[in-house]
Design a protein around this ligand. Structure first.
Ligand code: FAQ
Length: 353
């Protein structure tokens, strides 16, 4: 397995052709593992900081401080895991979609999330880590992924609410990440946000249809709003006062807005959308402040958030079991891809001989 390298990375394209390759197969990164870069040093660090200050994009082959590289690996791998685990709550409803049109859209959406995960894993690999190593951390329960995907999907309305709230929150967060200082991450976000916009619209359309439907449909969607509102606000992470990573990430222009700023932006965008479809957000303290032009909101239950990220949310165990089963079921694909790659290499070697 490839060891993380300091400051060395490959262009995204170099890693794209091998999405199925398992850990037994050398990756583009491990094949180049000998090209290590020097350790952090003050002159290089100062030049790096100057580039960040000038708003330049940092690219895989550029020198970067080890801490910057690690922060990006942490954030990007957690993000990729979230996309992959995030397929599970909606996949539960594909067989129960109420019409062919809804089923086709849901399948496409879940498939898009898989694509986002693979895309971001590829981006993380440009920082010198091996995807199989990152996936193993997820399967071992060592890696974090978004808290939101540890909640169950109990009704069809949840498909609408996930699109509207969860993809809506992801768009608010990722539109800003599209300006992140690390080039491969920023570029991945541009494409991903385009697809998330479609996801949000299909979700809001489901919500609007149910909200204008029979009393039972309206009650179903309101109940779903009530369950998902607060966990969605938690997606943005702890409040700024309790966010150990924000200050450093803002300084390096990886994050351009803080957790609280993005949470507030999401609330400001979402309240009018709820009013438009006659749904009530479950927060008696929601109140418009004409001076700040913000919707003020009530207290978030951070104990619940902390429990979920510690592995004790309603579905944490179920989600990891599902990922482990899928990984085991896919072993034959990885083995077949490795065998095929070995055969190709042998063919090329004998042709060159
Ligand atoms: N869940 O110091 P901070 C999606 C952790 S994609 C779990 O504030 P940071 C698409 C955090 O990692 C959703 N853990 O951290 C979709 C850190 O732990 P560590 C995912 C969380 O990095 C839609 C600790 O708490 N999006 O939804 C959470 O500055 C529908 C301290 O926190 C991204 O990953 C949380 N909610 O800010 C898919 C976007 N919040 O590593 C399917 C990229 C915080 O020190 C269906 N990531 N933690 O042990 C980010 O923007 C940031 O990493 C934050 C956290 C904002 C998530």
């Amino acid at each position: 397995m490839a060891k993380p390298l300091r400051g060395l990375a490959l262009p995204l394209d170099a890693l794209l052709p091998s999405p199925l390759t398992g850990s037994s197969e050398p990756t583009a990164m491990s094949q180049t593992a000998s090209r290590t870069m020097p350790l952090d040093d003050p002159a290089r660090s100062a030049a790096f900081e100057a580039r960040i200050a000038a708003g330049e994009s940092i690219e895989p082959k550029d020198w970067m401080p080890e801490r910057y590289r690690r922060q990006l690996v942490r954030m990007m791998s957690q993000h990729a895991h979230s996309e992959i685990v995030g397929m599970l709550p909606e996949a539960n409803w594909i067989t129960r979609a109420p019409s062919l049109r809804r089923k086709v859209a849901l399948i496409a959406k879940v498939q898009d999330e898989a694509g986002h995960g693979l895309y971001i894993y590829c981006g993380a690999e440009t920082l010198g880590v091996d995807r199989s190593e990152l996936v193993q951390q997820l399967l071992d329960g060592r890696a974090k992924y978004s808290s939101i995907f540890n909640y169950p999907t109990l009704s069809w309305a949840d498909m609408g609410i996930i699109g509207w709230f969860v993809d809506g929150a992801a768009i608010v967060n990722q539109t800003i990440l599209a300006k992140a200082s690390y080039g491969p991450y920023a570029r991945a976000m541009i494409r991903i946000c385009k697809e998330e916009n479609f996801h949000k619209r299909q979700g809001y359309e489901i919500v609007a249809t149910l909200a204008n439907g029979t009393p039972a449909q309206k009650a179903m969607v309101q109940e779903s709003v009530n369950r998902w509102w607060w966990p969605t606000l938690m997606m943005f992470g702890p409040s700024d006062a309790n966010s150990p990573n924000t200050a450093e990430l803002i300084r390096w222009k990886v994050k351009r807005k803080t957790n609280d700023e993005l949470r507030q932006r999401f609330i400001n965008l979402t309240v009018p959308q709820a009013i438009a479809v006659n749904l009530t957000l479950p927060d008696p303290d929601l109140e418009y402040n004409a001076e700040t032009e913000d919707w003020q909101f009530g207290a978030i239950d951070w104990d619940e958030f902390n429990e979920v990220i510690r592995g004790n949310g309603p579905c944490n165990r179920e989600r990891l079991e599902a990922r482990r089963a899928a990984h085991d079921d896919g072993a034959w694909v990885r083995e077949a891809a490795s065998a095929y790659a070995a055969k190709q290499r042998a063919k090329q070697a004998s042709a060159a001989a």
